[in-house]
Design a protein around this ligand. Structure first.
Ligand code: MN
Length: 258
C-alpha cells in the first residue's frame, strides 16, 4: 500500500506529522504538502506563477516535498510531476479545525483529497476539532484505524471520505456516525473597522464553534462527541433537476429586434 499524504496547514504542521507517523505503520507514505498555511484556500490552483518545490526534512521525522503552492497544486505535482510510483490512496490532514458542513467547501484539506479523487484515486480527508492542547497523536490513531477499515471494505477511485474528529475529553469520542454534510451557513460576523488612513475595511470572523444542526449531520455528530464520516462526491450536478430540466423545451431567443 502506498499513500500520498498532503494537507493545507503546511508541511511543518503538527497534524501532518502525527498522520504520517500512524500511516507509516500500514503503508509507504510520500508527503507532498504546502510550504505555507493554506487554510480556507479551498480548491485554488496556481496558474499565474511558477510552483517551486524542494525536498525537506521535517523535524528529523520524515522527508517530504515542500511546495510553494496550494493543496491542490501539491496533489497535482505529486501525481503528475514528481517521479515515483502512483499511490493507492490520497490522505489529507490532520487539519487543525473541523471541516464539517459548509466548511467542506472552504477547506484546503478537503480540496487536496478531492484533487486526488479527480485524478482517479480514492481519498480521505481528516480534521480535528480546535481545542486547547490538541491531541493530534490520539486523533491520528483513530484516523488510521478508520482508514484501515475503509481500505478493507471498499477503496474506490474518485471517492472521497471526509472524517472529522471531536476534541479529546473524557468519554469522547463516543463512537462513529456516518452522516451527511450539514448545509447550515456559517455564523459569519463582519466587523467593520477603520484603517489608519481612515478607510473602512471588514474583518470576517464568526463563532464557528457554536454551530449545530437540527438534522443528523456531520456538524451535529461531532458536537455530540462522535467521529463523523461523510462520503463526498465532487460531481456537483443536481441529477434530479437535470432530468426535469431536460424534459423542458429550451429555445434560444431569436435575433434582437425580430
Ligand atoms: Mn487548515
Amino acid at each position: 500500500m502506498r499513500i500520498l499524504l498532503s494537507n493545507d496547514d503546511g508541511i511543518f504542521a503538527p497534524g501532518i506529522m502525527a498522520m504520517h507517523n500512524e500511516l507509516a505503520k500500514i503503508a509507504d507514505v510520500q508527503v507532498v504538502a504546502p510550504a505555507n498555511v493554506q487554510s480556507g484556500g479551498s480548491h485554488a490552483i496556481t496558474i499565474r506563477h511558477p510552483v517551486a518545490w524542494r525536498n525537506v526534512d521535517v523535524n528529523g521525522t520524515f522527508r517530504g516535498v515542500c511546495v510553494e503552492g496550494t493543496p491542490a497544486d501539491c496533489v497535482k505535482l505529486a501525481l503528475g510531476g514528481l517521479d515515483g510510483r502512483k499511490p493507492d490512496l490520497v490522505v489529507s490532514g490532520i487539519n487543525a479545525g473541523l471541516n464539517t458542513g459548509i466548511h467542506v467547501l472552504y477547506s484546503g484539506t478537503v480540496a487536496a483529497a478531492i484533487e486526488g479523487a479527480i485524478l482517479g484515486l480514492p481519498a480521505v480527508a481528516v480534521s480535528l476539532q480546535l481545542y486547547r492542547d490538541m491531541d493530534y497523536a490520539g486523533a491520528a490513531v483513530i484516523a488510521r484505524g478508520l482508514i484501515e477499515e475503509i481500505i478493507q471494505r471498499e477503496l474506490h477511485p474518485r471517492e472521497v471520505w471526509n472524517i472529522n474528529i471531536p476534541e479529546n475529553k473524557p468519554g469522547w469520542p463516543r463512537g462513529v456516525r456516518v452522516v451527511p454534510q450539514s448545509i447550515q451557513p456559517t455564523l459569519d460576523r463582519l466587523e467593520k473597522r477603520i484603517d489608519p488612513t481612515g478607510r473602512e475595511y471588514y474583518w470576517l470572523g464568526g463563532d464557528f464553534g457554536e454551530l449545530s444542526d437540527a438534522h443528523d449531520t456531520d456538524l451535529r455528530a461531532v458536537r455530540e462527541g462522535y467521529v463523523s464520516i461523510t462520503p463526498l462526491q465532487f460531481n456537483l450536478t443536481d441529477t434530479g433537476r437535470l432530468e426535469r430540466a431536460r424534459a423542458w423545451t429550451w429555445e434560444l431567443p431569436g435575433p434582437a429586434g425580430a
